[in-house]
Ligand binder design. Structure first.
Ligand code: PRP
Length: 184
């Protein structure tokens, strides 16, 4: 029987197989770039957690994992660029080859701030990788060094992306039915 979570999805945009293939390409790209290094891979919680777990497992390079929780505050659904650090990394980034893993680059504000933060802490190199890119919503001119998929301006959920903290555990990326977020 279909669960409610799946019923709320209008259509599947990226299947599990498509995601697996692209994530493995991303892992190969990172492996080539990180040859001979022991990178610190940073997951920006919570959205990037699924991508992060699949990515590090697909990589051949041995990595150190760390996590950071940030929240954007301000009004509206677009992040304002003011980031609040809710949980910091447990390791130092100084002198490290850092890989920043994001689920989505939307306005771009979070990526800009995160890059500033990590570079400011003295990372030796910084590579940014995003599972999704939504260029139609961009407010600042920035993009990740590697992007798995570019999406249109649709309300998407799954594979880490939420709506009101729900749907992150969907194994695919789907478009949410309008009636769900408009309250019918
Ligand atoms: C989302 C996403 C990115 C950011 C992208 O995080 O994970 O970090 O927004 O948006 P931007 O490009 O407009 O800055 P969110 O604050 O929703 O938290 P979450 O990861 O816990 O869902």
């Amino acid at each position: 029987m279909e669960t409610q979570m799946h019923q709320d999805v209008e259509k599947i945009l990226l299947t599990e197989a498509q995601i697996r293939e692209r994530v493995s390409e991303a892992a190969r790209w990172l492996d080539a770039r990180m040859e001979g290094k022991f990178p610190l891979v940073v997951s920006v919680l919570k959205g990037s957690v699924m991508f992060f777990c699949d990515l590090v497992r697909a990589m051949k390079t041995s990595v150190q994992m760390d996590f950071m929780t940030i929240s954007s505050y301000g009004s509206g659904s677009v992040s304002s660029g003011n980031l609040k650090l809710l949980m910091d990394l447990s390791s130092s980034v100084e002198g490290r080859d850092v890989i920043l893993v994001e689920d989505i680059v939307d306005s771009g504000n979070t990526l800009v701030k995160m890059k500033e933060l990590l570079s400011g802490r003295g990372a030796k190199s910084l590579t940014t990788i995003a599972f999704l890119d939504k260029p139609s919503r961009r407010q600042v001119d920035v993009s990740a060094d590697y992007t798995c998929f570019t999406v249109g301006n649709e309300f998407i959920v799954g594979y880490g992306l939420d709506y009101a903290q729900k749907y992150r555990d969907l194994p695919y990326v789907g478009v949410l039915k309008r009636e769900v977020y408009e309250g019918k």
